[in-house]
Design a protein around this ligand. Structure first.
Ligand SMILES: [Zn+2]
Length: 250
């Protein structure tokens, strides 16, 4: 068998393998997208939890302030009862009024923080709901991915073994070129030469339609131990059996 025949066989296996793996690729992409969305939800949840904690710390601070104001007020109430002069009485009363106004500001602050926490809790519970839904979707995506992988596992293993056998008979440098083309063109590494006009000796690359000089065609018809890549699309060119038969019978 010629080098090109060996390459065509390798290409056949390569395409089957990639065809099988593409079935897993869509499941992988779906699973990846679901995982990313889940991560985003988790991050958002963490952010909200942090903000909630900050609010609680702030409330705690205000409560401490409120407590010390209350203690001072309690003391002032006693002072008021024991005030011996009008002047003393009014001084104490004045401080009490100032403190009461501060106390009410602190209460307002606490209420604001508490309503913020309420909003956060609402967001958190909505988030939790979305995460629950997302978990179900993610789990089924993971199951589907595993199933797809399992479905093709045996066939992939046997094709991989077959590919190794097919590649082993080829020179290493040829396999390298082939693999590069296969990666670039999703397994479509080879391009047949197509006849445009036999009389005019016009031929082109069957993949990208680049016109090929006749001497390239002659070279390919004769050569059995070298490869020629299309100058434009870089695929490995080959002569189809039909074209070869026609040329030989001429
Ligand atoms: Zn081409």
């Amino acid at each position: 068998m010629s080098l090109i025949d060996d390459l065509l066989e390798l290409n056949l296996v390569e395409r089957q393998l990639r065809g099988l793996q593409s079935r897993v690729h869509s499941a992988e992409a779906y699973h990846r997208a679901q995982t990313r969305q889940m991560t985003e939800l988790e991050q958002r949840s963490e952010e909200l939890q942090t903000r909630r904690k900050q609010r609680q710390v702030s409330i705690h601070g205000h409560e401490t302030d409120a407590k010390s104001i209350d203690e001072r007020l309690e003391k002032l109430r006693n002072d008021l009862n024991t005030a011996s002069t009008t002047r003393q009485y009014s001084t104490v009363l004045e401080e009490m009024n100032t403190l009461k106004s501060s106390r009410s500001s602190v209460d307002d602050l606490i209420l604001t923080e508490m309503s913020e926490i309420e909003t956060i809790d609402q967001d958190l519970s909505e988030l939790e709901e979305s995460m629950k839904e997302r978990t179900t979707v993610l789990e089924s995506a993971a199951t589907e991915l595993e199933e797809r992988k399992a479905e093709i596992a045996d066939r992939v293993a046997s094709l991989q073994a077959e590919r190794e056998v097919k590649a082993a008979v080829l020179p290493e440098s040829t396999v390298e070129i082939f693999e590069r083309c296969a990666d670039d063109f999703d397994g479509d590494a080879m391009a047949p030469i197509e006849e445009i006009d036999k009389k005019r000796r016009e031929y082109c690359c069957g993949s990208c339609n680049l016109n090929l000089p006749f001497n390239v065609v002659v070279q390919l018809l004769g050569a059995t131990d070298s490869i020629t890549q299309c100058e434009n699309c870089l695929r490995i060119l080959y002569v189809t059996p039909e074209m070869k038969a026609e040329t030989v019978s001429k």
